[in-house]
Design a binder for this molecule. Structure first.
Ligand code: FAD
Length: 447
């Protein structure tokens, strides 16, 4: 059997490996010049993901091929946080040194909210993350089992009220799924456990290093790649995709996996685009440094986190944003949250805003910048529909559920990746690709 995978991001690489492992001949079509998608990197600087969590997910995929991640190491402190009044906080996996940095009241809130995040994560992990897209019966079972502990009606904003420092600290984790934290449901608090309870990890070369390993493994396994080639449209017959028309000609296969953004997949399928609200985008400044900096993740909170999100909600790039800075040797990556692109109308010029952000950064953490480039929501729109990095805005309990892998009426196609089940982020996109490919194989074999 022959398979075509659209997209060589993390999900596409994982899907290609799973199909190859099952003995299929696999071709991956990718519009960019190399693998990685959002995690592709520029001159050794990350273009997207920098925080690696749940490393057992890539470890399990590599182990299927007899490989490991021996050079993986935990990052400590997890992240350095700073507020405009000079207050700082650098949580670690170990509770004692973490709580020692907090007042008695804050320490109580931290313990309570960490335990709450753990309960949420452990309650939902099998149904919403590691398993297939949940059926109605699975949702019901989850609801009955987890009950009120799943916080079905609560808002994140209310759940994490813990004073002027810890509230924005806990709210921010919901942005990892593309949410405006002030509109997110309480259940998204589970993400805090993944980072604070399970840890942040690092590989040489960062997430880009992981992409390289998966790509090299796929090549060694005999997967073929067509780079700088785009899928333009699908030719569809009764109940199945017959072939893909691409810039490299027509590609015909027995089964197809699209690991592109869901809207992009639906566009080349000629399907109507869903009308749901989109989650947030990002604005990044990638820097090459003259001198190396230590490996670190840093967050510089704005003076008014709520006002920042109001600006984003109104479609503006925030003027006093919270800055996320990642440094690793001669690479530095600065990221702020930004609205996804409007349906119509222009967006501001990227360069002046990037300069504004660089000026803010230099006042907080001076860096010897040799060269830099900006990545705006328009740039991210190449891999994400209208620049919305995680697809649908997870605002509300139902909206937090990701679309499934199947495309109605097409038996030999699966959609995987960060905008469908189980969602975005490095480990989840990998799970989506690996498990989604397994699901399609089962379906093709009558499962
Ligand atoms: C700025 C930023 C910061 C992030 N930070 C983190 C983080 O710290 N930690 C974390 O875990 N996650 C983070 N993420 C999220 C994570 O990067 C993504 O969820 C994950 O990389 C998505 O992988 P994917 O394979 O689903 O999608 P993508 O990487 O978008 O891959 C899809 C691929 O499909 C290709 N494609 C699309 N349409 C076509 C077509 N028609 N023809 C051919 N090819 C096509 C695209 O070019 C792309 O390469 C971040 C993302 C961004 C953008």
């Amino acid at each position: 059997m022959r398979a075509v995978v659209v997209g060589a991001g993390l999900a596409g690489l994982a899907a290609a490996l799973r199909l190859r492992k099952a003995g299929l001949e696999v071709v991956v079509v990718e519009q960019l010049e190399g693998p990685g998608g959002k995690a592709a990197g520029w001159e050794g600087v990350p273009t997207g993901p920098t925080v690696l969590t749940l490393p057992e997910v890539p470890q399990r995929i590599l182990a299927e091929f007899g490989q490991g991640l021996e050079d993986l190491r935990p990052v400590s402190p997890l992240t350095h946080y700073r507020w405009p009044d000079g207050r700082s906080f650098a949580p670690e996996l170990s509770l004692e040194p973490t709580l020692a940095q907090l007042s008695r009241e804050e320490a109580q809130s931290y313990r309570r909210l960490l335990a709450e995040a753990r309960t949420l994560f452990e309650g939902l992990r099998e149904t919403f993350i590691f398993g297939p897209p949940p059926s109605a019966a699975a949702l019901l079972r989850y609801g009955l089992r987890a009950g009120w502990r799943a916080r079905p009606l609560g808002s994140l904003r209310r759940l994490v009220e813990a004073g002027p420092y810890l509230t924005p600290f806990f709210l921010r984790f919901a942005t990892y799924m593309g949410a405006n934290p002030y509109r997110a449901p309480a259940v998204l608090h589970n993400i805090a456990w993944v980072e604070l309870g399970l840890g942040v990890y690092h590989l040489p070369g960062g997430v880009r290093g992981l992409v390289e390993r998966l790509y090299r493994l796929a090549l060694a396994q005999g997967v073929s790649f067509l780079f700088e080639q785009r899928v333009l449209r699908a030719r569809v017959g009764p109940g199945r995709v017959e072939l893909l028309e691409t810039t490299a000609g027509c590609l015909e296969a027995d089964l197809y996996i699209s690991a592109a953004d869901r809207h992009h997949t639906l566009s080349w399928l000629g399907r109507p685009l869903p009308r749901y609200a989109l989650g947030v985008s990002g604005f990044a400044v990638l820097m090459r440094l003259k001198e190396p900096e230590p490996l670190a993740h840093r967050v510089y909170f704005s003076s008014d986190y709520r006002a920042e999100w109001r600006e984003i909600e109104e479609g503006r790039w925030p003027q006093e944003p919270t800055l996320y800075l990642h440094t690793d040797g001669e690479a530095a990556f600065l990221l702020v949250n930004a609205p996804s692109l409007p349906e119509a109308g222009g967006v501001p010029e990227a360069r002046p805003y990037a300069q504004h952000l660089l000026q803010k950064l230099q006042a907080l953490h001076p860096l010897p910048v040799a060269e830099w480039r900006a990545l705006s929501p328009s740039d991210y729109s190449l891999t994400s529909y209208r620049g919305a990095l995680y697809g649908r805005a997870p605002h509300g309990l139902w909206a937090a559920l990701r679309p499934g892998w199947g495309v109605p009426g097409l038996r030999n196609l699966a959609q995987v990746g960060g905008t469908v089940h189980p969602g975005g982020g490095v480990p989840l996109a990998l799970l989506s690709g690996w498990n989604g490919a397994g699901w399609l194989l089962g379906r093709m074999h009558g499962g």
